[in-house]
Design a protein around this ligand. Structure first.
Ligand code: ATP
Length: 266
């Protein structure tokens, strides 16, 4: 029987190579129920590769991923993924409501249940009035909210997000960050979010996994004791926030120093 302390998601010694290029080595961490975990690392470290392994989309060569204690061999029903590029995840010829409903058709739900879930998911992301709009009639931020609603309608226990706010402006990004904190608090969903932005990782995370090196492994797992009720201005001016941000920055710099090619003497 599964104990209440069993993590909802576990990465256990994940290794992944593409031919001779070993990208990940022995990546190990866990995510508790309702926890917000951010994975941070420089560009090209292997963050997307890791997310694909976690979500069963690109299996690892070694180690295993477990969801609710079960080894992942295909995309698990408990998990939904939100990608960076919302323009590719929404069908431009379908109104927002239909876009959110689309993946639900596979679940064999009644029409009434599908309607209920679409309405709830749109309201969860504050898009209750946008159901009849086409994606191209909405701003980038609204389109990303619609993509998030589509994942929530699935009622996942775990939401995996790959650089989800990289294509929007700074103010929209801050609004979407706060939306995700609110969704975690209200729905109790566990969130794993990949970002190369250290500020974003510390602001959102209960825990930050620092991925570094070639091949990449977990350089550090940093608990973020900033509590709930985070605020873009107040939280980001707290000494604890600033210290954590600097500490993670130093870790990434130190690690990349050790793998940087030596410059030849002139
Ligand atoms: N399908 C693939 N085939 C071959 N190599 C791949 C494949 N996917 C990723 N790689 C390689 O794995 C390495 C890590 O790529 P990945 O996209 O996971 O990094 P990332 O940290 O997500 O980068 P970014 O922050 O730029 O999105 C790169 O060297 C990339 O070329």
């Amino acid at each position: 029987m599964q104990s209440i302390s069993t993590p909802i998601l576990e990465a256990d010694g994940i290794g992944k190579s593409f031919g001779d290029n070993q990208v990940l080595s022995d990546v190990t961490f866990s995510v508790a129920k309702g926890q917000f975990v951010c994975i941070v690392g420089p560009s090209g470290t292997g963050k997307t590769t890791l997310l694909r392994a976690l979500s069963g989309l690109g299996p690892a060569n070694s180690g295993e991923v477990r969801v609710n204690g079960r080894v992942v061999v295909k995309p698990p029903a408990e998990l939904a993924v939100v990608f960076q590029d919302y323009s590719r995840s929404l069908m431009p010829w379908m109104k927002v409501g239909k876009n959110v409903e689309l993946p639900l058709r596979r679940l064999g739900l009644s029409r009434e249940e599908r309607r209920k879930r679409v309405e709830q998911a749109l309201s969860d992301v504050d898009l209750g009035l946008a159901e009849e709009l086409y994606p191209w009639q909405m701003s980038g931020g609204m389109q990303q909210r619609a993509a998030i609603a589509r994942s929530l309608a699935y009622r996942p226990e775990i939401l995996i997000m790959d650089e989800p706010f990289a294509s929007v402006d700074a103010q929209t990004r801050a609004d979407l960050e706060d939306l995700m904190l609110d969704i975690r608090d209200r729905l109790g969903v566990s969130i794993v979010l990949v970002t190369h932005d250290i500020e974003e990782a510390v602001y959102l995370g209960d825990k930050v996994i620092v991925l570094s090196g070639r091949p990449a492994s977990v350089a550090a797992s940093v608990e973020i004791p900033l509590g709930t009720g985070r605020d873009q201005i107040e939280t980001k001016s707290r000494p604890a926030y600033l210290e954590l941000r600097a500490e993670i920055h130093r870790m990434i710099m130190r690690k990349s120093d050790t793998v940087a090619p030596q410059r030849a003497p002139r």
